[in-house]
Design a protein around this ligand. Structure first.
Ligand SMILES: CC(C)(COP(=O)(O)OP(=O)(O)OC[C@H]1O[C@@H](n2cnc3c(N)ncnc32)[C@H](O)[C@@H]1OP(=O)(O)O)[C@@H](O)C(=O)NCCC(=O)NCCS
Length: 335
């Protein structure tokens, strides 16, 4: 009987992040500009979420434009040419064309030569899903250099009158190049989902309901904020501790904590629950950028590097979580 030959591609023993790039869209929206429509105040928003302002994309700042800009910076830092990229993974929930995916168009605009290119839909956890997948691809030999991009234009699917979401969500892009390394640069990914809580963050209705409606409007994002808050603060701390343990480390070994920038109170609750060491640097990009879902972790890490809070070689814990519910965490070495 015939049999499939064993795979001859041999991967790199280790994978690492080789370069990081971001794109921050041009429109700065301070709390003062959102409070009237939701009968809120700057004080309430800052106290409940830590957000002072967010960034929204201008019409020409499409998900493709932001992805390409972030990816170019990541490639430059990595010292990798676009033609050396074997795979492009885009994590997003706001590429509003059902098909085709955004990744092939991004890859073509970058000048990649027919790489594997696909999108993943894991909402705010998407970027860390991409990092986990890319590291596995590099180690298994199915790709040598993988571009992972998290990009969102959540302002397109926001209901500006919704008190629970209008002040929270924002736009932007971040990208990393993942490739072979002589030492481990990406720890094991701890990931999973809880579909029983499917309703906690979701698009309000599906496209067929929208089309059938007499007064069709964009199906906005809706969220049960309190339940998400409780889940993220407590369950995600356990996931973070598992990721640290699977990397053969303890919390005291970490230099930086870069969680999904959902909300400053969730970040603080996770840090307390994991008993992170006193001196650890914690990403707080949400204050200036808002919650950018799949883009938030690379954006937050980039700010830390720019401000000197993260240095090349530091150990950073990523924890990403969101709609699905879906989550993924890993310890990485800062490029
Ligand atoms: C969204 C969030 C800030 C809302 O805070 P909350 O304390 O849960 O708000 P509640 O809906 O329980 O309402 C509490 C009070 O604030 C008021 N309130 C709600 N939204 C408000 C707003 N935008 N501005 C001012 N007051 C508001 C309510 O009317 C209520 O008032 P009352 O006590 O007089 O009845 C909070 O649930 C949260 O941070 N959730 C996590 C969301 C998140 O990060 N999601 C991203 C995951 S990817």
């Amino acid at each position: 009987m015939s049999a499939i030959a064993p795979q001859d591609a041999v991967g790199s023993r280790h994978a690492a992040i080789l370069g990081l790039g971001v794109y921050r869209p041009s429109i700065v929206v301070p709390n003062a500009d959102v409070v009237e429509a939701i009968d809120s105040s700057d004080e309430w928003i800052q106290q409940r979420s830590g957000i002072k302002q967010r960034r929204h994309a201008a019409p020409e700042e499409s998900v493709q434009l932001m992805s390409v800009a972030a990816a170019r910076d990541a490639l430059e830092q990595a010292g990798i040419e676009a033609r050396q990229v074997d795979a492009v993974i885009v994590a997003t929930v706001t590429h509003l064309l059902q098909t085709p995916a955004l990744a092939p168009a991004v890859a073509t605009e970058l000048g990649c030569e027919q790489p594997v290119a696909f999108d993943i839909s894991a909402a705010c956890a998407g970027f860390c899903h991409g990092v986990g997948l890319a590291a596995d691809m590099v180690r298994s030999g199915s790709a040598r250099h993988v571009l992972v991009i998290g990009v969102e234009r959540l302002s397109d699917i926001l209901n500006r009158q919704d008190r629970g979401t209008a002040f929270l969500f924002a736009d932007g892009a971040g990208a990393v190049v993942i490739g072979p390394s002589e030492t481990p640069g990406i720890g094991p990914t701890v990931w999973g989902s809880d579909g029983e809580q499917f309703d906690l963050i979701r698009q309000r209705e599906d496209w067929r309901d929208v089309v059938a409606s007499d007064d069709p409007v964009m199906p906005h994002l809706v969220m049960q904020g309190n339940a998400v808050f409780r889940w993220a603060s407590f369950t995600m701390a356990k996931v973070g501790l598992q990721a640290i343990d699977r990397a053969g480390l303890t919390p005291d070994d970490l230099d930086c904590f870069v969680p999904h920038q959902a909300n400053m109170r969730i970040t603080d609750a996770m840090a307390r629950a994991m008993k992170l060491p006193e001196g650890i640097k914690i990403a707080r990009d949400v204050a200036e950028q808002g919650n950018t879902s799949a883009a938030s972790i690379p954006l937050a890490l980039h700010r830390m590097v720019e401000e000197g809070d993260a240095r090349s070689g530091d150990l950073a814990l990523f924890i990403a979580f969101g709609a699905g519910l879906a989550y993924a965490a890993q310890v990485v070495v800062v490029p």
